[in-house]
Design a protein around this ligand. Structure first.
Ligand code: S3P
Length: 165
């Protein structure tokens, strides 16, 4: 059994995932961290030097590599749902939680964090809204549970997940 966290950048997958893993005494896996470990290149440099398609290939490979884990909380990058095979790989081995936040919550969480190449646009707020509109149906379709994050702190969200598990 695993818990897989999906959702948009800045929805708190990593923070919440770490808390859940500490309570359950499960391991925590962040696929973005594994990508950086494997390539020794930062996410934004992978996008800059090799492009998004290449990043997506590595992301899918990493997800395949971890598909046999057990008792792990897995935080996926916000775009992992773009390839539904990624989620199918993990879905049979655990529960998938969509951390669902409004664009306002997400922009407040992201703040000035610059390591998000897809938001390097002239109007990051509009980009977030557009991407979120496109991805929201995918997050819903590919999760077992949607957890509302607006106005909640990470501990509260983590406990909602733990109560379901
Ligand atoms: C991405 C989200 C990022 C990272 C990359 C692409 C996306 O992960 O994988 O910048 O397409 O939404 P986080 O959701 O952990 O920020």
């Amino acid at each position: 059994m695993n818990a897989v966290l999906i959702g948009f950048m800045g929805c708190g997958k990593t923070t919440v995932g770490r808390i859940v893993s500490q309570y359950l005494k499960w391991n925590f896996i962040d696929t973005d961290d594994l990508i950086v470990e494997k390539t020794k290149i930062s996410i934004s440099d992978i996008f800059k030097r090799y492009g998004e398609a290449y990043f997506r290939q590595i992301e899918s490979q990493i997800i395949k590599d971890i598909s046999d884990v057990d008792k792990c909380v897995i935080s996926l990058g916000g775009g992992a749902v773009l390839n539904e095979q990624n989620i199918n790989t993990l879905k049979g081995k655990g529960l998938v939680f969509y951390l669902k936040g409004s664009p306002e919550t997400i922009i407040a969480h992201i703040g000035d964090n610059k390591d998000r190449p897809l938001l390097h646009t002239s109007n990051p707020y509009n980009t977030i809204k557009e991407l979120l509109n496109k991805r929201h149906p995918l997050y819903v379709k590919n999760s077992h549970y949607s957890i509302d994050i607006d106005g909640k702190d990470p501990e509260t969200i983590a406990h909602e997940i733990i109560n379901i598990l």
